[in-house]
Design a protein around this ligand. Structure first.
Ligand SMILES: Cc1ncc(COP(=O)(O)O)c(C=O)c1O
Length: 423
C-alpha cells in the first residue's frame, strides 16, 4: 500500500503560511524542522499553568517536576535508554563541549582520539580542542569522495590500542550518508576505546536503539525532530556516574541532574513532550504495518518506533524521487549515495551543485519563491573542504521531512530547471 502522510501536514500550522500566494515550502529540515500544534500547546500550557523552578513543595513546582520527568521518560522511549541516562542542555554542541572536558581529564599525552571528515564540526572541534589541551593526538578518518562514505580501511587503520575515543556521526548533515555506527562502536570497543555517536541527523529519520548500538554516548537535538531548540545526550550510566563533571557544589550528584548544569529550559522540555506526543500519534496508526520490526516494544516506545518506521519508509521513497528528478537535469551533480539499490544507506538530505551557478544563487532564487533550502557548508566544513568545494560556495542542500510532498519537489525543480534555461 502506497503511504500517504499528507493528513499529518494539518498538524503543522506553519505549513499553512503563504508567500506570494503560494504555500511556503520547507526543505531546510536538516537545519531545523517545523513544529506541530502539540508543541505550541504544551509550551503555552507550561507558561500558563506551571512556570516555576524545580523541587519545591508548591503546585507549579510540582507540575514543573512532572514536565521534566515526562520529558526524560519520553526521550528514553525514543532513544531506547533509561530516563536518568538522558541529559538535556542548550544544544548538542554545548553538551559535546561539556562532555569533552570531562572525558579529556582521563586522557594522557600520547593517547589518541579518532574523528571523521564526514562529520559536522560539532563532532570534531570539541574533541580536537580537548585533545590539544591534554597533548593527545587526533587522527581524522578520510572519506571515499565518490559516494561520500567513510573510508573504512582508513578508519580501521586509525583505531589502535592507543585510541581513547572514537567520535563518529550516524548520518551526515550535508550529504545524508548513514554510517554503520554499530560496526564503529565494535571497533572502538575492541581496543578499549569509548565511542561517541552524533545522532543529530539520524534520530529524525530512522529508528534509534542506543542499547542495540552499544555506544557510550549518543547525542541529538530536539529541534531536528519537530521540537524546540534543546540538545539531548544519552550516556551509559557507568560513565555518567564515574566521570568528573563541571557542576556547582549544591547541585545534586544524582543522574541526570549532575550533568544538567544550572536551571534548565523547562518550557522547552514541555515542548519536547508535545513533539513526542505528535510522533506517538503518528506512530499509533502504523503499529500493524511494522508489527514484525517492532518486536517486543511496548507503551510509548512502541508508538515512537512505529512513527520512525513510517517516517523512514515515506522519506526513502520521497528521497529517491528527489534524487531521480535532480539527475534528470543536465549539469546537476549530486554528492553522496545516489544508487536506488543503496537507498537504505542514506537519509533524504541531498546536496548538489550545478555547473555555472553558485549554490547561493540557487538558494536565493528558491527563497524568492518561498522555498527554503540551505547552501554552503552547514558546518560540515571538513567534508566540503575535502570535496574541494570550499572556494566555490559549497553545495545546495535539500533536506526532506515526512511533511514534504512530491508536489513541493516538483515546484523546486521547475525553478531550478528555469534557471538552467536562463530565466
Ligand atoms: C550532524 C549534526 N551534528 C551536530 C549539530 C549541532 O547541533 P546543535 O545545533 O544542537 O548544537 C548539527 C546541527 O545542525 C548537526 O546537523
Amino acid at each position: 500500500m502506497e503511504l500517504d502522510l499528507s493528513p499529518f501536514r494539518g498538524h503543522f500550522p506553519s505549513l499553512r503560511q503563504k508567500y506570494q500566494g503560494k504555500r511556503l515550502v520547507f526543505f531546510d529540515n536538516p537545519g531545523g524542522t517545523q513544529v506541530p500544534q502539540s508543541v505550541i500547546d504544551h509550551t503555552t500550557s507550561y507558561f500558563q499553568d506551571s512556570v516555576a523552578n524545580v523541587h519545591g513543595g508548591f503546585l507549579t513546582s510540582q507540575r514543573t517536576d512532572a514536565v521534566i520527568e515526562e520529558c526524560h521518560v519520553g526521550l528514553a522511549a525514543l532513544l531506547g535508554g533509561a530516563p536518568d541516562e538522558i541529559v538535556l542542555g542548550a544544544n548538542m554542541t554545548t553538551l559535546t563541549f561539556a562532555l569533552s572536558r570531562s572525558l579529556a581529564r582521563e586522557w594522557q599525552p600520547g593517547d589518541e582520539i579518532v574523528v571523521t571528515t564526514l562529520d559536522h564540526d560539532a563532532n570534531i572541534t570539541p574533541w580536537r580542542m580537548a585533545a590539544e589541551e591534554r597533548g593527545v593526538t587526533v587522527r581524522q578518518v578520510d572519506i571515499n569522495p565518490a559516494d561520500c562514505t567513510l573510508d573504512w580501511a582508513d578508519l580501521t587503520s586509525k583505531i589502535t590500542p592507543r585510541t581513547k575515543l572514537v567520535a563518529v556521526g550516524w548520518s551526515s548533515n550535508a550529504v545524508g550518508t548513514i554510517t554503520d555506527v554499530r560496526q564503529v562502536v565494535a571497533l572502538a570497543h575492541s581496543v578499549g576505546a569509548l565511542c561517541f555517536v552524533d545522532a543529530v541527523q539520524a534520530v529524525p529519520h530512522i529508528p534509534c536503539d542506543v542499547a542495540a548500538l552499544g555506544a557510550d554516548f549518543v547525542a541529538c537535538s530536539a529541534y531536528k525532530f519537530f521540537g524546540p531548540h534543546i540538545g539531548v545526550l544519552w550516556g551509559r550510566r557507568e560513565h555518567l556516574e564515574r566521570l568528573t563533571v563541571y557542576k556547582v557544589r549544591p547541585a545534586p550528584e544524582t543522574l541526570p541532574s549532575r550533568w544538567e548544569t544550572g536551571t534548565q529550559n523547562h518550557e522547552g522540555q514541555a515542548a519536547i513532550n508535545g513533539a513526542l506526543e505528535y510522533l506517538g500519534g503518528l506512530g499509533v496508526s502504523y503499529i500493524d504495518r511494522y508489527e514484525q520490526q517492532l518486536g517486543s516494544a511496548s507503551g510509548q516506545r512502541l508508538t515512537l518506533l512505529a512513527a520512525l518506521h513510517v517516517i523512514e519508509e515515506y522519506e526513502r521513497d520521497l528521497g529517491q524521487y528527489l534524487i531521480a528528478a535532480l539527475q534528470s537535469i543536465p549539469g546537476e551533480r549530486i554528492y553522496g549515495i545516489t544508487a536506488p539499490e543503496r537507498a537504505a544507506e542514506r537519509v533524504p538530505t541531498v546536496a548538489f551543485c550545478r555547473e555555472g551557478l553558485a549554490p547561493q544563487a540557487i538558494a536565493a532564487r528558491l527563497a524568492a519563491h518561498g522555498i527554503a533550502v540551505w547552501s554552503g557548508h552547514y558546518y560540515a566544513l571538513a567534508l566540503v573542504e575535502r570535496l574541494g568545494l570550499a572556494q566555490t560556495g559549497g553545495m545546495v542542500r535539500v533536506g526532506l521531512a515526512h511533511y514534504n510532498t512530491r508536489d513541493e519537489i516538483d515546484q523546486m525543480l521547475n525553478l531550478v530547471e528555469a534557471m538552467r534555461q536562463g530565466d
